[in-house]
Ligand binder design. Structure first.
Ligand code: AMP
Length: 547
């Protein structure tokens, strides 16, 4: 038996904070405002992070206590990302787009003691506070405290006053690297939202991947436009990876529409950007109407939902490669990223770029068939994707002990609920969410594949597909689409476009044209709501079911 001679060294967020404030004074957080960009250096983020920790300690917050944020992507949120976990408390990022019931459920379930809220969304938070008896403090950031209305049991603070005069250093505790650091609830499209708790170690290791060329390749020479919200899986890990690499991060605050995003790009010239496909669909429509050079972007990272191949082609046309990635709240989130094999360029690379990509070394993966058997990586066999690894959750948070619900875990593997194929060299393709597959006359249709082909028609702005009951075939696809102009709301023309692109039996009969497809709190097509509306007869259905 031989023992390693290596030191241990806990991987802690306080280490990232101290390192980045010292070594990268030139890196900054650029927050977009009504009046353009506002810069905050990493040195200042470190200072504010320490001031926040000192102020929270005075409020009685200690190791393990939950401190929530109800905020956009901005410098103050970054300072909270730095200070809260470093002092040993747990940062709980609340999704701004939850329903009131879900928000109240989550605040109580996580037992949040303090919430930091952006003044611009304080009116949204105010009504929830009647239902959160254990919450003690609310701190209003970036605007007047009057924006918030709170019941008597809550003390309201102004952020500037709370941290004013506090020391800009803090004696960060020597935590165990496996201690809880940040928590985030799943978007809850099925059932109650579930809590995932990231550790210092998992975040640190995930940052290594984000900064690796195998991952997003984020470096100190990059400026990253982080559109993906800090309340959605830690903005894909970018705030911490930026501290690791010394990258500048451009944060859009509440200005998430295509027009300000393009203005932001023109003003700040980011080299990378990250967001879900629906954001890029909007940006692309705007770019086509008002061309603008975006080639300062060396890559755009897109994930959170399947990227239609037509979108990749479209962005190639702008001179900006889309890099497709897959992940979940449960996977921190980077689970795969599509980087074609060495020596494969141009058109030959396209079939790799449209997949969700390869698993990084620390993420173990397998696909499981209907009878629980492990399926081969042959690019054909389809099964439920299961993953395991140091930044994959092994349970869900419960106040009285975390749970490993068998519907979500299989002997230590996370059941993703995604149906996938994997090629022999590890390129994974998500066929569909298991619950979104459509079974018609005994055959399966992938709603995602059908959506991709429908969306490749230039007359379509956005489209989603769900399975709906059908007297003859049990289930048939129904298309809810937004078209470019009224003339394009033509079922025969839309169906004709699909001829030859998908098998004839897959071509949908039922179509409805609307002005917007419902989206979830994180900007994905909300198929649950589309199903509800369909069942309630809210859509005007064009086209005839087959006899
Ligand atoms: P969330 O936890 O809200 O981030 O949702 C995770 C789910 O989003 C995954 O289980 C997938 O169903 C879906 N998803 C994420 N990225 C992709 C992608 N690149 N392609 C297809 N589906 C994706």
């Amino acid at each position: 038996m031989i023992e390693t001679t290596m030191q241990h060294g806990d991987l802690l967020i306080s280490g990232l904070v101290e390192y980045s404030r010292k070594v990268f004074p030139e890196a900054k957080i650029v927050t977009w405002t009504e009046n353009g960009a506002r810069d905050t250096s990493f040195a200042d983020i470190g200072n504010q992070g320490a001031q926040i920790a000192n102020a929270l300690a005075k409020l009685g917050i200690g190791v393990g206590d939950r401190v929530a944020t109800f905020m956009w992507n901005n410098a103050e949120h970054q300072a909270l990302y730095a200070g809260v976990p470093s002092m040993g408390a747990v940062l709980h990022t609340l999704n701004l787009r939850l329903s009131p019931e879900q928000a109240i459920f989550i605040i109580n379930h996580a037992d949040d003691k303090v919430i930091f809220v952006d003044a611009s969304v304080a009116p949204l938070l105010s009504p929830y506070l009647q239902g959160t008896p254990n919450l003690q403090h609310v701190v209003v950031v970036n605007g007047p405290v009057e924006a918030l209305t709170a019941p008597d049991h809550i003390t309201v603070h102004a952020y500037a006053d709370l941290i004013a005069g506090e020391p800009t250093t803090y004696d960060w505790p020597a935590l165990d690297e496996n201690a809880a650091a940040v928590m985030c609830y799943t978007s809850g499209t099925t059932g109650d939202p579930k809590g995932v708790v990231y550790s210092h170690r998992s975040i640190y290791l995930h940052s290594l991947l984000v900064t690796s060329t195998t991952g997003m390749g984020l470096s100190n020479r990059d400026s990253m436009l982080a559109i993906v919200p800090m309340f959605h899986v830690m903005s894909w890990g970018l705030p911490y990876a930026a501290m690791f690499a010394g990258s500048t991060v451009v944060m859009p605050d509440r200005f998430l529409q295509p027009e300000p995003l393009l203005a932001m790009m023109a003003a700040t010239k980011p080299t990378l950007a990250a967001a879900v496909p629906t954001i890029w669909a909007g940006v692309s429509a705007m770019l086509d109407a008002n061309p603008q050079d975006i080639t300062h972007l060396r890559e755009v990272i897109v994930g959170g939902a399947a990227v239609p191949p037509s979108m990749i082609t479209k962005f190639d046309g702008y001179g900006v490669p889309i890099v497709h990635a897959w992940g979940m709240t449960e996977t921190s989130p980077l689970g795969t990223i599509a980087r074609p094999p060495a020596g494969i360029e141009g058109d030959d690379a396209f079939p790799y770029r449209v997949t969700q990509g390869r698993f990084p070394a620390p993420v173990a993966a397998r696909i499981i068939g209907d009878n629980g058997e492990e399926l081969p990586w042959d690019g054909i066999a389809q099964g439920e994707l299961e993953v395991a690894g140091p930044w994959i959750t092994g349970s869900y948070f419960q106040p009285d002990g975390n749970v490993t619900d068998p519907a979500k875990f299989n002997n230590g593997w996370l059941r993703t609920g995604d149906v996938a194929t994997v090629t022999p060299n590890g390129f994974m393709t998500i066929v569909d969410r298991a619950k979104d597959m459509i079974k018609t006359g005994g055959e399966w249709i992938s709603s995602v594949e059908l959506e991709n082909v429908i969306a490749s028609n230039p007359t379509i702005v956005e489209a989603t597909v769900i399975g709906v009951p059908d007297a003859k075939w049990d289930e048939r696809p129904f298309v809810l689409a937004v078209v470019r102009s009224e003339d394009d709301a033509d079922v025969d023309a839309q169906r004709a476009y699909l001829e030859g692109l998908v098998p004839r039996w897959q071509i949908p009969e039922r179509w409805s044209f609307v002005t917007e497809v419902p989206k979830t709190s994180v900007g994905k097509f909300d198929k649950k709501r589309v199903r509800q509306h369909y069942a309630e007869g809210d859509y005007q259905i064009l086209g005839q079911p087959q006899e």
